[in-house]
Design a protein around this ligand. Sequence first.
Ligand SMILES: [Zn+2]
Length: 129
Amino acid sequence: MAQEIRNQFVAKEAKRLKEEQVQVQEELRHLRELMQAEVDVEPDEGDAEIFEREKNAALISVLDRRLSDIEAAMRAIDKGKYGICTRCGKPIEVERLEIKPDASMCVSCQGEMERLARRNRPASRPIEW
Ligand SMILES: [Zn+2]
């Protein structure tokens, strides 16, 4: 039964990712067109034009990263590795994936890593003898 719920979730997620991929690709295509368009910069509008282009460039890099996350998740689904904890190899709780679809670790490993990160922080500084 748990497996059934998981399979349904993964199928739903695969569909959602596919839709999001199409949307992001479309948005990127549109933004890149805007960036390539010749602009006749009117002296009065120059600043606004530059601001607009910088905003678009920032958006392109965000969307690019989003697209590679989406594609990585899609590859993981194809390989049957989606929703598997990268630390302990156990399935990540479906409840957790629903909240955070790109989670790469299960709740207990995530908690463990956070504890370790906190504990290691002072020790990561060079020790002076
Ligand atoms: Zn784990």
